[in-house]
Design a protein around this ligand. Sequence first.
Ligand code: HAM
Length: 444
Amino acid sequence: MAITKAKGTYDILPSDSYKWSFIEDKIRQVCQIFNYEEIRTPIFEASELFHRTVGETSDLVKKETYDFKDRGDRLVTLRPEGTAGVVRAYIENKMYTEPINKLFYIGSMFRYERPQKGRYRQFNQFGVECFGSSDPIMDAEVISLAVTIIKAFRLKGVKVRLNTLGDDTTRESYKAALVEYFSKYKDDICEDCKVRLEKNPLRILDCKVDRDTEIFKNAPKITDYLSIEAKSRFTKVLEYLDSMQINYEVDPMIVRGLDYYTHTIFEIEAQIEGFGSQNVMCGGGRYDHLVENLGGPSTPGIGFAFGLERLLTAIEAEHDLNSEMQVHLFVIALGDKARLAATKIVNDMRCGGLITEMDYLNGKLKNQFKLCEKYNAKYIAILGDSELENNEINVKTPNSTEQVTIPIDNLYQYVVSKLRSSSCQGCSSSCGDCNCDCEGNKNE
Ligand code: HAM
């Protein structure tokens, strides 16, 4: 029997892999603009790292990690998220000798969850982690980076939701209020929440079972328990966001599912029809004690991670990514001599950086035109023996009557100048705010 893929995993085939390159390239562009540097950490780490980072009472560590013993009897875990490994690397490589580190990563994460639309056992995250500053300006920058990613993909149906978990004093008084409140409903909450009530009452608000009940809706709100310092810090974050004209909603019920957060936390949700229940594309927040808890010097930190599968679903719901996959030039050759000459032309075009394609099956003209369509060619050059005799080539723009005959030697310059004049700032700019005449802006 043929072996099939493991449950909750999937293959990215060529018909889709270009979409992944497209989103990863754009993410890298945005990170470069914000001056974030890439970090790559191992896919597995000592299990203890995640137990100490993410928290023993979180669902992630209790139910969802891929833990195993290696042949040396060491307990290791496939990383369920990126922050823990990055913090470990930050400490181990003494990166704290630099006052500020602004880092990003793209890679696979592993969680043993029940697979469904938007939820996989191996999935991909793009994340950033920023160390060294507790200034609210850093919170605002990190959130603005996440929002710039959204803008770079010209996504409209999204909402940024923000909350604060305050400082230690805030969390202590809020936890006490939660214990008092939920103790009254002990018989009505799920078994997991009964344990959470004892061990980590904040986690109750993250319950996937009871979240939408009246009891939960009427639970105490953290905003009523903020210390003066925590409140003024959060107000500053909001002021910075306002000055950058970033739209957000303060939602006191967000707590996030991981234990390391302090102060600002946020989520970006896709509000796109057909998206399903797994609609949180991005989650993040501040973790000012994590570096110290893992044995490093006391260092504030903040970051976020996008789930790339969900980001891609959102992009595809609003845009046709097929148009991003374009061959610049397809060279059609008719006849043996023309095929020989076309091979050189295609090679010259590629050496000049143009994405160029030809037919390898010696197909008829009709079949070669079908290939142009398949590859979404921007321009088609047609070479027959008679053109070749005159050292000329026909160039056609698909879906238009535009067709010219030009010297073969001018082909490269011709295609490059045509591509330049039709190039669209809206598709290539990272902000997505340009005023060009591209399809994206026409739709606004
Ligand atoms: P998280 O909220 O656990 O945060 O995950 C971030 C994003 O990863 C989610 O919003 C979702 O889009 C995606 N995601 C999570 N689980 C799955 C899954 N099973 N299948 C598909 N996508 C999934 C973190 O991981 C934190 N490390 C974020 C962070 C970075 N906070 C500070 N720095």
